[in-house]
Design a protein around this ligand. Structure first.
Ligand code: ADP
Ligand code: MG
Ligand code: ZN
Length: 460
């Protein structure tokens, strides 16, 4: 398949660049992909197989045959001999990642480096080398020059989180921000019922436009985090990184990723909004009870959902094509026209955070401190407030200082619910039981008159 690709690419480049053009303008093999009709990706590991093996791998079962070999675009499907057992034919699309190509070839253009100081972390040079190697992105320095700049913070962030067993050079990443366009959705929670809904408040306003890095600066257990710059705001865009192939085909398509990420990331946004609603109610009770001997400034991160749109998906989104009509299986999906990956966007915070509770472990890691006691009491409060129907887990936060005030911002919480359907990591009843077993009441629980967690358990 590699030779096939080289062959096609050679022909394509000859037309694309003309014979007299320099090598740099040629599309490179790594900027291209074979894919099946409708954008379906190849079975993993077949990209470099022999053509014979490639055909075999995609025709093992009759389902495979239908999905790949016989799944032809309309103009080819009529009167074509492909179902004739004697001729082995297949049709692939040859996709070019034009964005990657543009980044490589237009590095010096204004669109990437609009403002010098913003990108001073990257000093990417365009080398006009001899013959074959084309442009090489030679290494980066410059973070020394941009002390305290937000961009250099992302490098610092990396060094704190990633072990560096190898030589330094292998850990260096080159970030190439690209233009992105989003539709914004916000989650709103009713403080009483805790029902939430998603609002497209900006339906009539222009889309959000920004620059999104092509590589993540951080990775959690489930999500990747990318730097996003909108105007002069330094933001973080997060998406899920783990998906399951659809049961029928065993193949993971872009449409699968878009839909799976959508449902999980919406749940994340809902949890943040719910957390904020719980916190508000927690502090209202504190005020009512005159409880002041606690941390009174804890917040949940405010975020919004940003659904990628525009002409093509960003490199960061990890997909090649938007959802299109052929991906719509039911009418419900029709509202998601021209949909790329949906991001959870938050303000960029510092890299160091404190973990108070885990997904299934809720015991305080150390005895203490006012903030820790308050967070644990808050967890108790949520259980009490929801009559044992919901537990907030994975409580973790970053210390933020704004206008001379220090406060804790909680992010990426999880919830365990009776129904077990509140999003990624919901352990259902077992998750709730785990909290009841683990939680140890502290001084703040007492101030909030929350002692006696077991009493709330209907079934114990
Ligand atoms: N707003 C933010 N500012 C800075 N770093 C962040 C922010 N949100 C997340 N991160 C970084 O990204 C990592 C993954 O994000 P997180 O929301 O915790 O996803 P996961 O579901 O994978 O745990 C975090 O551990 C943290 O290092
Ligand atoms: Mg996390
Ligand atoms: Zn308690």
């Amino acid at each position: 398949m590699n030779e096939l690709k080289a062959l096609i690419l050679g022909k394509f480049n000859a037309e694309f660049t003309g014979s007299g053009q320099n090598n740099q303008q040629r599309i490179k093999a790594e900027e291209t992909k074979f894919r099946w009709h409708t954008g379906r990706i190849l079975i993993a590991g077949t990209e470099a197989a022999t053509v014979d093996n490639f055909y075999m791998m995609h025709s093992k079962t009759s389902a495979d045959l239908e999905l790949y070999i016989h799944n032809l675009p309309a103009h080819l499907s009529k009167g074509n001999g492909s179902k004739n057992a004697k001729t082995r034919k297949f049709y692939l699309e040859f996709a070019i990642n034009f964005q990657a190509y543009k980044i490589r070839t237009e590095l010096n253009d204004d669109f990437l480096f609009a403002s010098k100081n913003k990108t001073s972390k990257l000093s990417v040079t365009r080398k006009r080398t001899r013959s074959t190697s084309g442009i090489s992105l030679s290494s980066i320095q410059g973070d020394k020059r941009s002390k305290g700049g937000s961009r250099s913070a992302s490098l610092a962030l990396q060094s704190q989180y990633m072990p560096m067993p190898n030589a330094y050079g292998t850990q260096i990443k080159i970030y190439s921000p690209t233009h992105v366009e989003f539709k914004r959705f916000d989650c709103e929670v009713d403080t009483r019922s805790l029902q939430f809904k998603f609002l497209n408040l900006q339906a009539d306003s222009p889309n959000i436009k920004g620059q999104l890095d092509d590589k993540p600066f951080a990775e959690g257990g489930m999500k990747l985090a990318f730097d996003l710059q909108v105007g002069n705001q330094q933001l973080v865009a997060k998406r899920y990184n783990k998906f399951t192939p659809s049961v029928n085909s065993g193949v993971l398509t872009d449409a699968d990723k878009i839909k799976q990420n959508r449902s999980m990331i919406y749940a994340d946004a809902a949890r943040l909004a719910q957390g904020a609603a719980f916190m508000k109610s927690f502090y209202t009770r504190a005020k009512m009870l005159g409880a002041t001997d606690m941390d009174l400034h804890i917040q949940f991160a405010t975020g919004f959902l940003a659904q990628e749109t525009g002409c093509s998906p960003s490199l960061a989104s990890g997909i090649l094509s938007f959802l299109d009509d052929s991906d719509f299986l039911d009418l419900d999906d029709l509202t998601w026209d021209k949909e790329g990956i949906t991001w959870l966007v938050e303000e960029k915070r510092s890299s160091t955070f404190t973990k108070f509770t885990g997904t299934v472990v809720h015991v305080p890691s150390s005895n203490g401190g006012e903030t820790s006691n308050t967070v644990h009491a808050f967890a108790h409060y949520v259980h009490w407030y929801t009559n044992g129907q919901l537990v907030m887990a994975d409580l973790q936060g970053t210390q933020v200082s704004e206008n001379g005030k220090d406060f804790l911002v909680l992010f990426d919480p999880m919830t365990h619910t009776v129904a077990g359907n509140s999003g990624c990591g919901d352990h259902g009843e077992a998750g709730i039981k785990g909290f009841v077993n683990d939680h140890k009441c502290n001084e703040v629980c007492e101030l909030m008159e929350l002692s006696g967690l077991q009493d709330n358990e209907e079934d114990s």
